[in-house]
Design a binder for this molecule. Structure first.
Ligand SMILES: CC(C)(COP(=O)(O)OP(=O)(O)OC[C@H]1O[C@@H](n2cnc3c(N)ncnc32)[C@H](O)[C@@H]1OP(=O)(O)O)[C@@H](O)C(=O)NCCC(=O)NCCS
Length: 186
């Protein structure tokens, strides 16, 4: 497969979409339980303004998923995962290069701190190669099941966030994407 293999994104607008079963199976396989939402929450999210979920296809085959939120000031890439057989072929790089070039606004994503695992370190290196910067401010996400906060890092493209932006971005993600009453600030 060429590293520039074209990735086709198909929007999933509801749990009734014919691509949703593949999307959901990969979602459950790819992310730890405490870092992903339940099917009940996923169904509700389809009705929320700004939430976008996609099935990714390469050469006509289901290859991965992407889900996130488009906010007025930034896009938030919440989840990106490829099926194992499609990883390490340049597909993630090609997809994100296209998206960062087209967005015309800040793009933000969450990454586990690099000291958490070798995988976390690799993922941060992957996003850094694409031009994302690590922000040092306090950031955590709610644990969907244990109601604890999980420490994370915020990465942003194509530059670091100012302190003011960091606080605004955190507020927007926590209240709009996670539905919290107030942000987790430390
Ligand atoms: C992370 C991911 C989207 C990257 O897409 P990709 O097409 O495989 O990446 P590319 O081929 O363009 O680039 C390869 C780089 O991806 C990263 N990567 C690949 N597999 C990975 C894995 N299982 N875990 C963490 N990072 C991985 C590495 O940085 C790798 O470079 P390296 O081999 O020099 O370390 C994809 O590997 C994946 O789905 N991983 C599992 C799910 C995940 O970790 N999602 C990110 C959290 S939202």
């Amino acid at each position: 497969m060429e590293p520039t293999a074209a990735v086709k994104k198909i929007r999933i607008a509801s749990a009734k979409s014919r691509h949703f079963p593949q999307f959901w199976k990969l979602f459950e396989k790819s992310f730890p339980k405490d870092e992903r939402f339940s099917l009940r929450v996923q169904k509700k999210l389809f009705g929320k303004k700004g939430y976008c979920a996609y099935a990714l296809f390469v050469d006509g085959k289901f290859a991965g998923l992407e889900a996130g939120w488009q906010f007025p000031k930034f896009n938030f890439v919440g989840f990106l995962a490829l099926e194992k057989q499609f990883r390490n072929k340049g597909i993630g790089t090609a997809l994100l290069r296209k998206e960062t070039a087209a967005a015309g606004k800040l793009i933000v994503l969450e990454a586990e701190p690099r000291q958490k695992s070798a995988k976390a370190k690799r993922r941060i290196a992957f996003y850094k190669r694409l031009g994302f910067k690590l922000n040092s401010g306090h950031y955590a996400i709610p644990d969907y099941y244990n109601k604890k906060a999980i420490p994370m890092m915020l990465m942003s493209f194509a530059r670091k966030l100012s302190k003011k932006e960091f606080v605004e971005v955190r507020l927007t993600i926590h209240t709009k994407a996670y539905g919290l009453d107030k942000p987790i600030v430390g």
